[in-house]
Design a protein around this ligand. Structure first.
Ligand code: FAD
Length: 383
């Protein structure tokens, strides 16, 4: 694995850093308080190609490798995890899955819009009663002539109220022991699909998280993504790659925590001296720095494995597990450096703590990542 960035990778990273400084950082507090980022950010992300990374250019994508995708994701996460998450879902979970599994017609129908930011995608797997145990989902799609009729509900769906297309997972086979889940591309304006914003989140407040209710939603058989009954594998392969993106976002949070802690420690004086001169403050800062480096290396390793066509699923769980826990620790350590000022939202680190916390929960909780890693090592499933 080459740890030196190529010229193209460094150029795309710099582009993302400049974009964040110009278009995101000035609005972070305002968007967090308003519980919504400015939706126009999506088209701006698309215009720079950030919503099309790794997607082939013939479908409107901007190409590039997974390390470039990680670098952009890290910079976005450093700026605002709410914006980072919009990209991780619309590109990472939806567009990339369509690019891998979609028919030619589905790719032509959805990818140009998703990669340009004209359209937004959401990933509808979790339900009120099934989170970690997603394979037991109860939303049903019943075949009726040329259509499927879908009934059920989905919970905590990122981009849910903003999305133009829902990558929806529903049960199409009830045979006991059969994982008969299928994936569908459902236009969000299909009659019978209603969406309700989930308010009051601890973090990622700028994101449109939603509950979806499906009542007799009729979709044509041509909306099936991948073969019928293969939806669970499709979801798991999307999430394995998605974990790299979450991990990269966590590196961004930890890096932002480090930047803020170093800056503040240099400015703040107590007992007549800069707090940076105290060993216990330096311990907090060096702990953050070690977390940043380790999380970044684990994340880049996943990108490298994907780009070389190697198995990456266990490495992705390892990176996601470590980076998410590291982001929580790093943000918390930075808050300690800020003292009481860390606790109010005019200063950046309180938001980092709130945003970091969910990273250990979604796309598989830390416990679920440990079960995936344990299964890979022992050959025994402990789910
Ligand atoms: P549960 O599965 O009920 O887990 C509760 C606790 O039990 C956890 O600590 C868990 O680790 C533990 N646990 C469960 N099973 C086991 C086990 N076998 N062994 C040990 N411990 C176990 N979902 C989507 O489909 N699309 C999205 O876009 C999306 N975005 C989200 C955005 C936000 C802000 C949030 C909060 C969630 C989002 N989710 C999304 C849902 C997320 O993926 C789930 O919340 C997550 O998978 C956990 O499921 P749960 O909340 O039902 O918790």
């Amino acid at each position: 694995m080459n740890l030196e960035l190529s010229e193209e990778q460094e150029a795309v990273r710099q582009l993302a850093e400049d974009f964040v400084a110009r278009e995101i950082t000035p609005h972070v507090v305002e968007w967090d308080r308003a519980e919504s980022v400015d939706k126009s950010i999506v088209k701006k992300l698309g215009a720079l190609g950030f919503l099309g990374l790794t997607v082939p250019e013939e479908y409107g994508g901007s190409g590039g490798d997974h390390l470039a995708y990680c670098l952009v994701t890290e910079e976005l996460g450093r700026g605002d995890s709410s914006v980072r998450g919009i990209v991780s879902v619309s590109l990472g979970l939806v567009a990339k899955t369509i690019a891998s599994w979609g028919s030619e017609e589905q790719k032509r129908q959805w990818l140009p819009g998703l990669t340009s930011g004209e359209a937004i995608g959401c990933f509808g797997l979790t339900e009120p009663g099934t989170g970690s145990d997603a394979g037991n989902l109860t939303t049903r799609a019943v075949r009726d002539g040329e259509d499927y009729v879908v009934n059920g509900s989905k919970m905590f769906i990122t981009n849910g109220t903003w999305a133009d297309v829902v990558l929806l997972f529903a049960r199409t086979n009830d045979t006991p022991g059969h994982r008969g889940v299928s994936a569908f591309l459902v236009p969000a304006d299909t009659p019978g699909l209603t969406r309700r914003t989930v308010h009051g989140k601890l973090g990622l407040r700028g994101q449109a998280t939603a509950e979806l209710v499906l009542e007799d939603v009729r979709v044509p058989a041509s909306a099936l993504l991948g073969p019928e009954g293969k939806g669970f594998s499709l979801a798991m392969s999307a999430l394995a790659k998605g974990r790299m993106s979450v991990a990269a976002g966590c590196v961004g949070i930890a890096q932002a925590a480090l930047d803020a802690a170093v800056r503040y420690a240099g400015e703040r004086e107590q007992f007549g001296k800069s707090i940076a001169s105290y060993q216990l403050v330096q311990e907090l800062i060096s702990d953050i720095s070690v977390d940043v480096d380790a999380a970044r290396m684990l994340t880049w390793r996943v990108a490298d494995l994907i780009d070389r066509g190697q198995d990456f699923a266990t490495a992705a769980s390892t990176a996601k597990l470590f980076a998410s826990e590291a982001a929580v620790r790093a943000a918390n350590n930075a808050l300690q450096v800020f003292g009481g000022y860390g606790y109010i939202d005019e200063y950046p680190v309180g938001k980092l703590v709130r945003d970091a916390r969910v990273m250990t929960l979604y796309e598989g909780t830390s416990q679920i990542q440990k079960l995936i890693i344990g299964r890979a090592l022992t050959g025994v499933s402990a789910f």
